[in-house]
Design a protein around this ligand. Sequence first.
Ligand code: FUL
Length: 505
Amino acid sequence: MRKLTFLMAMLTVGTVALQAQTAGLQIVDEPLPNPDNEPAPVQPVPHPRQVKWMQTEFYAFYHYGMNTFTGKEWGNGDEAENLYNPTQDPNPKQWLEAAKSAGMKGGIAVVKHHDGFCLWPTATTKHSIASSGNAHSGVNIPEAFAAAAKELGLKYGFYISPWDRNSAYYGDGTDRYVTEVFLKQCKELALYGDDQFEMWFDGANGGSGYYGGKGGSRTIDRATYYDVPNLRDMVHGISPNCVLWGVGGEARWIGNEDGIGGETSWCPDNRLDGADQPDGKLGNENGWMWLPGECDAKATTSGWFWNGSSVLSAERLFQMYLETVGRNATWILNLPPDKTGSLPKATVTRMADLGKLITTRLGTNLATDATVTASDVRTAGAARNYNAANIIDGSLDTYYATNDGVNEAVITLTLPEARKIHYVMLQEHIQLGQRVKAFKIETSTDGNTWTKFGGNVPTTTIGYKRIIPQSGSTSSYGNGVNAKYVRVSITKSKSCPVIENIALY
Ligand code: FUL
């Protein structure tokens, strides 16, 4: 660490030393105190709200609104408000209960899609549930959703489309849409809870629409139009742990809507304002900012809004889990409520089945009673040690690390007896940056003969979480492998590796 110190002394510029008459500046190498001998972070590092967000891992998406009743995917913005006509009171608690049964930790409700119809009584437009006038149209969705999430102990947030095909002001050459409609709507939503975890801003921006009856096509410059600095400050001022997705960029789109994360996946990336990331799956090893990936995917065979299409099998969804959460990304899975304002029974049952599958296959860590050794163990500090055993304590706080300058490590887990292993789960302590560039996993029954684990899966990055299936296949559970010894070798790392957890399933 370097510290700038003003001295009444010499000012050195290149090789020329100048005698300072009054004051001079000297750079002195002076280490900052580090009583715990913690490894220096590798930049960029996540903001604490991004760490919390990554720990959310798996959460639901609920596309519900005007389109549920018109049968469209993208409403034009000219839909009469009374077309929003649920046959019963919409029931966000039922939506979230289904998510919870699948093992999800939260959900995001779409409360304004591109058609501009708001599912809360906003002060910014008449195009909202306040104008629908039907028997069951009055339920304030963000309010009910936030209340249900709190009751169920789940995280929550909202999707608000920046593109508004209803508003006369959208893209009209002034800033009226942003200042009088969009930012105010975001503020109204932020005020539905100061503990929101994510606000979702879709990438679809501009094109044809109703636009207050004027019609035609409107375009905007999405890098500047939405006044992102003020949007971000306003949302964080009210809800400090709310990650802004899309516009405001604190997390990136993975580049597909099919639940497929990158096998090599860096959280660092180079954000391009106003554009989707060119390298959504991959991120960028040398990216300047922490911009982790989120995978959005549908639980049904087609459409984001309810259209009667069937729910994917629990096996197919489990595969998505491995290909998203298991690849250093979060997974937002869409469950569309139908015209009753609730999730169809088939969705509810499927979510419970998925939850059971995840618990059966990834619920019991077989390594908690292992003996763990490592090739090099970082010297302990006053209040922290870096012992190899820290990787099996399940804690997201303790971690294993090597000494500075040692960028390789071999970690060996010895089980009391041979056990059938199907998956190895690894986590880096990402608060110190994403570091590992290559690793390999091997198993053995006798400690002498070692077998490669993971088939042909590229074992490059780890990040917040990586799950490696024994055969490399994400689509078949397979036979697993019998092992008493599991050896994880970190073969390339940007700096000393910092491993938070390793679990065997
Ligand atoms: C897309 C939107 O255009 C879709 O309608 C949907 O909301 C999806 C999650 O994002 O870009």
